[in-house]
Design a protein around this ligand. Structure first.
Ligand SMILES: NC(=O)c1ccc[n+]([C@@H]2O[C@H](COP(=O)([O-])OP(=O)(O)OC[C@H]3O[C@@H](n4cnc5c(N)ncnc54)[C@H](OP(=O)(O)O)[C@@H]3O)[C@@H](O)[C@H]2O)c1
Length: 425
């Protein structure tokens, strides 16, 4: 018995000696959203309590400024300097942590070396990208390495696409217990969304439009609702898509296109594919904005559709894109003020319809603006969940979605600690 205990404690000592010193490193800590993330991590976890974490970025001076701005509690916060293009520095960074959470974007321009370093070293990773074409490239290039090393890569851990992906997961869980079957048809409708955009988000969006304008194959890929699904099982169902103002009888209101559906729907379908079609082989899903009832709702829907079409057109044409970037949109490092973040919020409504016509309604809400105040909290809890709640090996290495790897554990964290609600209506 004594010998067995000694062996166990030796194994434990070994494990501790081999364990990296950090649970999480926040890379891109000096970005607009990275600073919100760091403030939240500090408030929620301190620096060396439940979660050991460090702030990383390319500039030592900016990192020190950030640490000073976080107050005396952050005095002992470790800082790591690494450039997103420096493979050796990224490998060193990966060796010192269990999870890297990155806000260095546009990811299509700066993100690949870090994903490669994580996939090859077995370090878990999460981020805020909503760039479908880049995610697809990363899966194609690094899935085999991640499977071999055991690295779990989780993209889209912000407003796109956690509320959609976990919202559908939550609804389907209730459908299973109520109907003993998933809902074949699910719709998400944005009832309230108060907040603004940052320069980094705009730069990422503009980069997608620039790439798409130059590449017809990419335009086709971006239009494919299953573009992030593995080749098998081959999808057979045509997906609905809200392209203009239309009346939605399930909500008794007019609806208009929702710009983030282009990434959220792809993640939800990837979740279904990775979970052996737990939502059904004939599952359909779409997202739209609720515009209200009557003529007022219809006119608001028409105006929203026209505004979105105008923005897309301007983004696709180089000279107009330049004007937008220079004179209209926020610059890198800019974004909604702290009071705009506090006064913001979101309310997303879901309706699921089972094969026999029975329906279930749920909602997901957030108490800060979606893109920054709430996104910082969602990303922070996603990283903590990956580091603390999801044992290595279960699931194994690969590219996962928030719902397939974090699922109920993250819903619990977001409800208890991040001002989000997931409720039956
Ligand atoms: N999914 C969502 O809901 C959501 C929400 C918000 C943001 N986002 C995404 O998050 C990303 C960040 O947005 P943001 O507004 O915070 O951007 P931002 O303020 O423009 O910051 C970009 C960051 O990238 C860093 N960076 C650039 N090149 C680098 C390099 N070579 N090495 C190391 N770091 C480098 C910059 O470092 P310096 O500070 O040293 O300049 C900066 O910290 C964007 O891609 C955006 O689309 C997604």
């Amino acid at each position: 018995m004594k010998r067995w205990k000694a062996a166990v404690s030796l194994v434990e000592q070994n494990r501790r000696m081999r364990a990296p010193p950090m649970d999480v490193i926040a890379f891109g800590a000096t970005s607009f959203v990275g600073q919100i993330l760091c403030r939240y991590l500090l408030e929620e976890f301190g620096t060396h309590r439940e979660l050991k974490w460090a702030a990383a970025g390319r500039s030592k001076g900016k990192l020190e400024e950030l640490r000073a701005s976080l107050g005396p509690e952050a005095a002992t916060l470790p800082l790591v300097v690494a450039d997103a293009a420096d493979d050796a520095a990224l490998r060193k960074l990966c060796a010192s942590t269990r999870v890297v959470v990155s806000t260095v974007g546009p990811y299509a321009l700066h993100g690949e070396p870090l994903v490669r370093a994580c996939a090859e070293s077995g370090t878990d990773y999460c981020d805020l990208t909503g760039e479908v074409q880049w995610i697809r490239r990363m899966v194609e290039r690094y899935e085999a390495a991640a499977r071999k090393s055991g690295a779990r890569i989780v993209h889209c851990c912000g407003f796109d696409s956690i509320p959609s992906d976990l919202g559908v997961h939550f609804l389907q869980g209730h459908a299973m217990s109520r109907f003993d079957a998933p809902c074949a048809r699910v719709k998400m409708r944005v009832k309230v969304m108060r907040g603004g955009f940052s320069g980094g988000t705009v730069a990422s969006l503009m980069n997608v439009m620039k790439e798409a304008a130059a590449d017809p194959a990419l335009r086709k890929e971006l239009a494919d609702p299953y573009s992030l699904c593995p080749a098998a099982p081959a999808p057979t169902v045509r997906q609905p898509e809200v392209r203009g103002v239309e009346f939605d009888p399930d909500f008794g209101a007019w609806i208009a296109p929702f710009v983030m559906s282009a990434i959220n729907t792809r993640i939800v379908h990837r979740t279904n594919a990775l979970s052996e079609q737990a939502y059904g082989a004939d599952f359909t899903y779409d997202e739209a904005m609720l515009m209200g009832r009557g003529l007022k709702g219809q006119l608001a829907g028409a105006a929203t559709t026209a505004g979105l079409a105008g923005f897309m057109l301007a983004g696709a044409v180089a000279p107009l894109r330049g004007v937008l970037e220079r004179f209209v949109l926020p610059k890198p490092g800019e974004g909604p003020s702290p009071s705009e973040q506090r006064e913001g919020g979101f309310d997303l409504r879901f309706v699921g319809t089972a094969q026999d016509g029975r329906q279930i309604r749920t909602k997901v809400t957030g108490d800060r603006d979606p893109g920054y105040g709430s996104t910082g909290k969602m990303l922070g809890q996603a990283a903590a969940c990956l580091a603390l709640d999801v044992p290595k090996g279960t699931p194994p290495g690969g590219f996962w979605t928030p719902a397939t790897i974090l699922g109920d554990r993250l819903i619990q964290r977001l409800r208890d600690r991040s001002g989000l609600t997931f409720e039956l209506v």
